[in-house]
Ligand binder design. Structure first.
Ligand SMILES: O=C(O)Cn1ncc2ncnc(NCCc3cnc(NC(=O)Nc4cccc(Cl)c4)s3)c21
Length: 275
């Protein structure tokens, strides 16, 4: 049954549990819907802070986009409600919390674990892109881990329908920004969901190496991104190196191209273009 069926959702319906974390715009709590016992995560957003941040429209868009998404590797947004001062997002609870905490603790993932995670990310992105939704903020901080170790892309606060030429003032790290979002050429420079494939390449690198490929001072990071200037350590396997190199391509249309002809390289195997 849909435990959160009634449209008149309100705070009194929930027993609030431990705090799960606090983001830039609000806190997240473990919560249980009283009548059904349904466990979820409740994100509390203060309208005043959203106004100050000028992000109310983004929250509305996130709710609209994410309410229609159903995929095992995309964190569910079950519903939302508000009172005079706050907006509440009713989210799927991810039992093993934030992926970046696991990454920092382990420094970097062994290839079997990184491959398992990147395969799930690729499946989630394939699903999102088929619906012409681009996330635009893929990074370890926006990936959660479920109780069975499966990963969930979360926080669609920056997601939009593709294509898009809106200039968003980015906050947070530049490390994951694709070149086409760094300095859009002319005003009508559109970018599309391929931006997520660049970020997937950065994520693959960071899982395997333990730091982002273009990590540097902000100015240098932008310059290195614009040139796809990175070096891959020798302990990274040839297969992983190949995947990173196929994702961190400056031309968005050349990232993991769909109908790639196997290159007739003399040495090495020519792999199919399948992502
Ligand atoms: O991650 C943690 O801190 C702790 N944690 N641990 C377990 C767990 N299980 C589920 N959710 C968690 N956290 C909430 C993740 C989010 C999902 N969707 C969001 N959307 C959003 O913040 N939107 C938003 C806000 C303000 C402005 C704008 Cl523009 C958009 S946040 C969990």
């Amino acid at each position: 049954a849909q435990p959160l069926e009634p449209r008149n959702l309100h705070l009194g319906m929930f027993e609030i549990g431990k705090p799960l974390g606090k983001g830039k715009f609000g806190r997240v709590y473990l919560a249980k819907e009283r009548s059904s016992g349904f466990v979820c995560a409740l994100k509390v957003l203060h309208k005043s802070e959203l106004q100050q941040g000028g992000v109310q429209k983004q929250v509305r868009r996130e709710i609209e986009i994410q309410s229609n998404l159903r995929h095992p590797n995309v964190l569910r947004l079950y519903g939302h409600f508000q009172d005079s001062k706050r907006i509440f997002l009713i989210l799927e609870y991810a039992g093993r919390g934030e992926l970046y905490k696991h990454l920092r603790k382990e420094h970097r993932f062994p290839e079997w674990k990184a491959a398992h995670y990147i395969a799930q990310m690729a499946a989630a992105l394939k699903y999102l892109h088929k619906k012409h939704v681009m996330h635009r903020d893929i990074k370890p901080e926006n990936i959660l881990v479920g109780i069975h170790g499966e990963i969930k892309i979360s926080d669609f606060g920056w997601s939009v329908h593709a294509p898009n030429n809106r200039r968003q003032t980015m906050c947070g790290t530049l490390d994951y920004l694709p070149p086409e979002m760094l300095k859009p050429g002319s005003q009508d420079s559109f970018y599309n969901e391929k931006v997520d494939l660049w970020s997937l390449g950065v994520l693959t690198y960071e899982f395997l190496v333990g730091e982002a490929p273009f990590e540097d001072t902000p100015v240098m990071t932008q310059r290195r991104i614009a040139r796809a200037d990175m070096s891959i350590p020798s302990f990274v396997s040839p297969e992983a190196r190949d995947l990173i190199k196929r994702l961190l391509v400056l031309d968005p249309e050349k990232r993991i191209p769909k109908d790639e002809r196997p290159t007739n390289r003399s040495s090495g195997s020519s792999k199919s273009g399948k992502a």
